[in-house]
Design a protein around this ligand. Sequence first.
Ligand code: IPD
Length: 259
Amino acid sequence: MTELMTSIEQIVRAAGDMMRRAFDAPDRPAYSLKGQQDYLTVTDGAVEQFVREQIAVRFPGDGVLGEEAGGAVDGPRLWIVDPIDGTANFARQIPHFCISLGLMVEGRIEAGAIYEPMHDELYIAERGKGAWLNGKPMRVSTIEELTAATVEVGWSTRIPVATYLTMAGKAAHAGCSVRRAGSGSLGLAYVAAGRTEGYAEPHINAWDVAAGLLLVTEAGGRINDFWANDGVRVGNEVLVTNAALAASLSALTGIRLAP
Ligand code: IPD
């Protein structure tokens, strides 16, 4: 493993330890609400601060864009971090959350990792070199019928409820098993790992998908051009799929896939 990938793994595993300790603490993670269904815990800020410190020491001069503290996005090398993706799950004692960390160089994600601490699952990828789950190569699933497919449709208060229901409804009517597990990053990782066939969301932020988009392409799947229209700053719609259902899921969701 390269020095870069070793650093990424060390950072996300240490961040995961912080989350696991907070999750298991007898007083449980205390939370506040930033808005409707928009949870925040002190651990989000603490983990992001830890990641920022690690990057400053290991990669001095690199920029950092984080969900909690923001950051400038104009330098050549940018780390994009969601300290806890699935914060609502974390706050409500549901063990389905992760850290997502991606490295963008000159506008392209070159490396990334998602670590899910409660099941000790490390998803990691480097451009052109593949994607691995706990050391085993990942491939997207080969399921080619919608009636056998599982698709996750993400939701947030940033979009109208009707938009979400239409997308989820179309997938359900087409015969898909539709789910929403509350972590967009893990939703993308699950497609890369072949556990589900697609993840779609009408709007999601860069920190939720920076690592996952690379995981999916390195595992042989398809993605939309999330970075178009200033996606790094303002977010965008997202669709990732296995290869076999790419055309069908693109038609169902109305989200065009990159070539
Ligand atoms: C959210 C989760 C959710 C997705 C939202 C995200 P957070 O991130 O990933 O599954 O649907 O778009 O904002 O708040 O848990 O970091």
